[in-house]
Design a protein around this ligand. Structure first.
Ligand SMILES: Nc1ncnc2c1ncn2[C@@H]1O[C@H](COP(=O)(O)OP(=O)(O)OP(=O)(O)O)[C@@H](O)[C@H]1O
Ligand SMILES: [Mg+2]
Length: 244
């Protein structure tokens, strides 16, 4: 078991982009599913009053790998970090709402270890996200690693090529390109992540997520104490537990 190694004071992943519908909840729930399969159980925090992440967790079959869910109602009394969570819990993934104000962005990112920004390949989304990233980086004392994830892309299209060219000019790296795939939709309907669907169906999508997991692992390894490094096992148990 790598449980103790993963119980680290840091490792809070904030999924952020005030632009609505860009894939924050999809990314948050799929990362939670990934970390749950790899163990120890991650904590998934829903800071969105609309509560799609909380609904996803409610749909999650009880026999699936454990995810510790915290809804916005539960979060309010524990405002701020650190809050109590089981000693043996792993990564903390925070899903955030759309249309955030600068003060809310500052609050949500205040104690984050890293920030992932999903972006859709439309001119409007790209412009809005570019402005958001500029505001994010302006926040005083802002030094957290920030990365962009292109989401719902169409492979081998001119629009994807143009998007990647624009993203290349951003101050923050683009670490992954996820395609538009019904696998995310079908998994979400059942309270699952793509990692929990049959592998032959999701192989491409899992491969596309890999750079995100690698990026997170590199940050995590930096925060682990040297004595715990030898117990760090980045290999997930996911494929053995994939079923229907
Ligand atoms: N890669 C993808 N392929 C197909 N559908 C996707 C993908 N990513 C997200 N979606 C779908 O797009 C819709 C919006 O995604 P999601 O809810 O994750 O965005 P969001 O940023 O959390 O939205 P909001 O700002 O409203 O919270 C959902 O119906 C989701 O299933
Ligand atoms: Mg959402």
């Amino acid at each position: 078991m790598t449980t103790a190694a993963y119980r680290d004071d840091a490792n809070k992943i904030v999924i952020l982009n005030p632009k609505g519908g860009c894939g924050k909840t999809t990314l948050a729930t799929n990362l939670a599913s990934y970390f749950a399969l790899r163990g120890p159980p991650p904590t998934l925090i829903d800071t969105d009053p609309i509560g799609y992440t909380t609904r996803w967790l409610e749909r999650r079959p009880p026999d699936r790998a454990e995810i510790i869910g915290i809804s916005i109602d539960e979060l309010a009394p524990r405002r701020g970090w650190p809050f109590n969570r089981p000693r043996e819990s792993g990564a903390v993934i925070i899903d955030t709402p759309a249309a955030l104000r600068q003060r809310e962005i500052a609050e949500l990112t205040h104690d984050a270890d890293c920030i992932l920004i999903p972006i859709l390949p439309s001119a409007f989304d790209v412009q809005a996200t570019a402005q958001f990233i500029a505001r994010l980086l302006q926040l005083t004392d802002f030094e957290r690693p920030v990365a962009v994830v292109a989401n719902r892309t169409r492979q081998n299209t001119r629009s994807l090529a143009v998007l990647l060219q624009i993203l290349h000019g951003f101050e923050t790296p683009t670490i992954a390109v996820l395609r538009d795939s019904q696998n995310y939709v079908h998994a979400a309907e059942r309270g699952l992540g793509i990692y929990e669907l049959p592998y032959h169906r999701v192989k491409h999508d899992i491969e596309a997520m890999e750079p995100i997991v690698d990026w997170l692992d590199q940050l995590l390894v930096k925060t682990l104490q040297p004595g715990l490094m030898s117990r760090f096992n980045p290999l997930p148990k996911m494929l053995s537990s994939s079923s229907t």
